[in-house]
Write a protein that binds this ligand. Sequence first.
Ligand code: AMP
Ligand code: TRP
Length: 329
Amino acid sequence: MKRMLSGIKPTGQLTLGNYIGALRNFVKYQDDYEMVVFIANLHCITEYQDPEDLRKNLTDAVALYMACGLDPEKSVIFLQTDVHSHAELGYILACNTYLGELNRMTQFKDKTAKGEKNMTAGLYTYPCLMAADILLYNANYVPVGEDQKQHVELCRDIAQRFNNRYGETFVVPEPLIAKVGARIMSLSDPSKKMSKSEETNKGCIYLLDDLKSARKKIMSAVTDSVGIIQLDKENQPGLYNLIEIASALSGRSMEDIVDEFSGEGYGKLKAYVADVVCAELEKIQNRYREIIESHQIEKVLNEGALKASSIADRTLEEVKKKIGLEIKY
Ligand code: AMP
Ligand code: TRP
């Protein structure tokens, strides 16, 4: 069985963008692939996090993974810091990555361009740690949203370089990007991606938002003055985004939704999108509460870390041998 791996940073609460672009797909894939999913807590501290908030977000993230349908019987679920090989291979791969490559990473470039202060060295070398996350497990596929594609491509370059230098070691992974929903946009500014790090909360729906406020965010989503329900991403990006969200969650095609609402006002379409989103959130939140109350998270993470370590530690040993980091007695 081919292996698939992905991670999500537990910075703040998980969003509808995380669900549609990433989590939901992990759940679909877990029957046909060996699925490895982890909470990327090391990636999270590339920017300062309040320790209390971080701890709470970690637990919520695991509970939400499971509430969205990830099944610990089918998938390996673990916390990144429970498997020490990640940090170690991350360092080794940083020594096999060039500054020029890291300088080209869009996420880093955007932050620099915005003039962000206090950027850390960890943020800069983040793609090397991400490459380690993937290569430790010899993953064939990496399901991610559009924004992570460049990082997976860098991971491929690093893997190929390592294999050329030291002999076949790593499987070169492929990014897997869903056709619908790979980039859900902010409801308040459809030119930006829906993100946990938005300044106001208006444009972002969190999986644990109460249903009333989620509905309100959708009903007040920014659209346009064209007034026609159709698929025109360039001129009506807000409307397109709403239709894409509904399509991703309902399984209906975007065209089918447009057909149903063509000739209607935006309010009616928004109400439909809100119904679809709220029904999904309600299901997730009910499961989430059950999971939190059942106190199974610690057990899931312990078992996950054991399984993950047994794969990752073996890869790291092989890497160290190939590089010549070990003394043979
Ligand atoms: P992050 O929250 O940045 O750790 O992202 C975790 C996963 O969710 C990655 O695969 C992202 O590509 C995906 N993701 C995050 N935000 C969005 C979004 N607005 N639309 C689609 N996918 C997203
Ligand atoms: N960088 C990813 C993000 O911000 C999270 C992540 C860390 C990841 N390691 C990974 C995703 C490995 C896929 C594979 O979304």
